[in-house]
Design a protein around this ligand. Structure first.
Ligand code: HSE
Length: 320
């Protein structure tokens, strides 16, 4: 019989997020208050040393519970190895963020797992290192690490993943208080397993200098808009000529969703992360319901049922 007194646990939640925001492929992330994942990590004295057991609670959404295919599992395994922790561990994952739709679902689980693990063992690591660990979880769905969703899920608000001068840093900027978003998730669409990996394979291997200049200009405008609290400036910068044109064919109804949302009053509309969700940017929530209805109609025209979420930027991962 395990000694219950020796069982320790920590629970953290982390929000969903939208990545890229048009030109910021793999660099920009924005945490959203629409949905969140919850991860509880407990020591399990009855389990063998070093073993990690994942339990998906409240509906698994088809997410594998094998450690190597589960974003929370990958994070916990890496952190345990790096810090020499060999306790048996139970990891309970409660998904609130639908997997595979471009709302940073794997990142939300990874971010919550990283924070819960850090707090369980009172590790003295800074936020940049915590994001590094959380990014390990992205290998489960994307095949490689990328930092945009996890950094937003951990830090909250708008985050730039900077890898300048050979150092990776995560720069958080508090978003304007009048920024309102509508995410439209085409829930009836069958998304391939490892969808992010698929959506990364369609991207061009080489791009023209002219397109690079265009995207640097757009991305700089987005960052300036966040720094200056100017939603209209952010929206002007959401103009990507490299990634979005290569991916839009993967999203039935892309043009209709975009055109209708813009006609209904959205300032900008783009693919959320690797898609297939789309996201609209607005200054104030006044037109949010109209924009949501327009996005639903756009997907419906392509035979897809969708769910919309009117949301605002969110704070990052925290203990509960
Ligand atoms: N930046 C990543 C991509 C986000 O667009 O592939 C995936 O959520």
């Amino acid at each position: 019989m395990a000694d219950l007194a020796t069982i320790k646990s920590r629970t953290a939640v982390a929000p969903c997020s939208t990545a890229n925001l048009g030109p910021g492929y793999d660099v920009f992330g924005l945490a959203l208050d629409a949905l969140e994942d919850r991860v509880k990590i407990s020591t399990a004295p009855r389990q063998s040393k070093g073993s990690i057991q994942i339990k998906m609670v409240g509906g698994s959404q088809g997410i594998p519970a094998a450690v190597e295919s589960n974003s929370a599992g990958l994070v916990v395994r890496r952190m345990a190895r790096d810090f020499g922790i060999d306790d048996g561990l139970q990891v309970e994952v409660r998904k609130g963020v639908p997997a595979g739709y471009g709302l940073g679902s794997s990142a939300a689980s990874a971010a919550a797992a990283a924070l819960a693990f850090k707090e369980l063992y009172r590790l003295k690591i800074d936020t940049d290192s915590l994001v590094e660990y959380a990014a390990e979880g992205e290998i489960a769905s994307a095949g490689t690490k990328h930092y945009d969703n996890v950094s937003a899920s951990i830090i909250g608000g708008f985050v730039v993943s900077s890898s300048s001068a050979g150092e990776r840093r995560f720069i958080g900027i508090k978003p304007p208080s009048d920024l309102v978003l509508v995410a439209a998730v085409p829930v009836s669409m069958q998304v391939p397993e490892k969808k992010t990996e698929v959506a990364r394979q369609v991207l061009p291997k080489e791009v023209s200098l002219r397109d690079v200049v265009h995207n640097v200009s757009s991305a700089s405008t987005v960052v300036a808009g966040f720094a200056l609290n100017d939603v209209e400036m952010i929206a002007r910068g959401i103009d990507d000529v490299i990634v979005e044109p290569a991916r839009k064919h993967l999203i039935p109804g892309y043009d209709a969703v975009r055109d209708k949302a813009l006609a209904a009053g959205a300032l900008a509309v783009t693919i959320s992360g690797a898609g297939p969700s789309m996201i609209s940017f607005m200054k104030s929530g006044k037109k949010a319901r109209l924009v949501a209805a327009a996005m639903l109609e756009g997907f419906a025209g392509a035979g897809l049922q969708s769910k919309t979420f009117v949301c605002r930027p969110s704070r990052g991962a925290h203990l509960v």
